[in-house]
Design a protein around this ligand. Structure first.
Ligand SMILES: [Fe+2]
Length: 341
């Protein structure tokens, strides 16, 4: 099962067709759906007819500051949308009045499309996080988008890793009779468990051709805590952050970052630790092939009571009896699908 990250719709307004077409293409590559309007009038008509999450408009059209008309129309017709103004003229008063008029930001041309896309994504995310209560589906969307825009871009091998881990966590949660609220938090942690890797100082070794050096391994060990710290601040994500922090702890206390052991690691953290290792073993890397099922089973059996909670591991090994072959092939299937898309 794959969740497509939510794609915000952006209305891009400028009277220089080549410029906005190019910008539109870049924004689409950054995970936004873009509609173009070449005049304020066209933009205002579209705002009355369609839904947009963001409006990005030039300020000066043929010598007139008609961009502010787009801003006013957006405030009336699409009050939920964020508005970003772009201008070729540095004018601080203009910026102040635009922001007072409800614009999120005032960018001076030439605007780098990648920066614009990041501004839009961040603003929309913060807006959604500021809502008091987010549904499980919304939180899934927010975290999936976060991962898709960050770590999956840097390391394409991780495409689908979060989703597959989530699926195996859900099945394990059902097997142990976990309550729905905890299971949902576990699923969210599964989606975002490796998010912290994007905050490591050196990202090159994530895609390195070969095993990590001791130094690199030490650096990579920072990712569970970084992930827990950098997840969006929201009370509904407090437990999620804890599970993310725990996903490399081991049953015998030899894991990281805190070397906690046994049931001091939450049930969710212990489940995540098992299934995440399984999915990593079944992912082909330039320096390693996918492990076959007997080798995988042997590894897990040897780690029973060491790295992994023995009772949970037995449940997982039973699941591998049924689904093992299919699950081992899943990363390759997802990678091929990602290449085609
Ligand atoms: Fe990890």
């Amino acid at each position: 099962m794959t969740t497509t990250p939510w794609k915000p719709r952006v209305l891009l307004v400028d009277d220089e067709p080549r410029e906005i077409e190019l910008m539109g293409l870049v924004l689409e590559r950054q995970g936004l759906e873009v509609a173009l309007a070449s005049s304020p009038a066209e933009a205002i008509t579209r705002l009355g007819q369609e839904n947009f999450d963001a409006v990005v408009t030039d300020v000066v059209f043929h010598g007139y500051s008609d961009g502010t008309r787009v801003l006013e129309a957006a405030r009336k017709l699409a009050p939920e949308a964020i508005v970003v103004l772009m201008t070729g003229y540095p004018a601080i008063e203009g910026a102040v009045s635009a922001i007072k008029g409800g614009a999120l930001d005032y960018l001076q041309k030439p605007v780098a499309p990648v920066v614009l896309a990041a501004t839009i994504h961040r603003a929309l995310r913060e807006k959604r996080m500021a809502q008091n209560s987010l549904s499980f589906g919304e939180l899934v969307d927010i975290l999936s988008e976060l991962v898709a825009q960050t770590i999956e871009r840097v390391d394409p091998y991780t495409a689908g890793h979060g989703e597959r881990t989530r699926k195996y966590c859900r099945i394990m949660a059902d097997q142990v009779g976990m309550d729905v609220a905890t299971r949902e938090r576990l699923e969210l942690a599964a989606i975002a468990h490796d998010y912290g890797k994007i905050y490591l100082d050196d990202l090159t070794f994530l895609t390195k051709d070969g095993p990590l050096t001791a130094e690199e391994y030490k650096e990579v060990q920072r990712h569970p805590l970084l992930g827990a710290e950098k997840l969006p601040r929201h009370e509904q994500l407090t437990d999620v952050a804890r599970y993310v922090a725990e996903h490399h702890e081991k049953w015998d206390g030899s894991g990281y970052p805190h070397r906690i052991a046994g049931e001091d690691i939450s049930l969710s953290g212990r489940i995540l630790g098992i299934v995440e290792v399984f999915d990593s073993l079944s992912t082909k890397r330039s320096y390693k092939d996918v492990w076959e099922l007997p080798k995988t089973r042997q590894f897990f059996s040897e780690q029973r009571g060491l790295a992994f909670d023995p009772d949970l591991l037995d449940i997982f090994l039973d699941l591998l009896e049924v689904h093992g072959e299919e699950w081992l092939r899943a990363p390759q299937r997802d990678l091929e699908r990602a290449h085609k898309a």
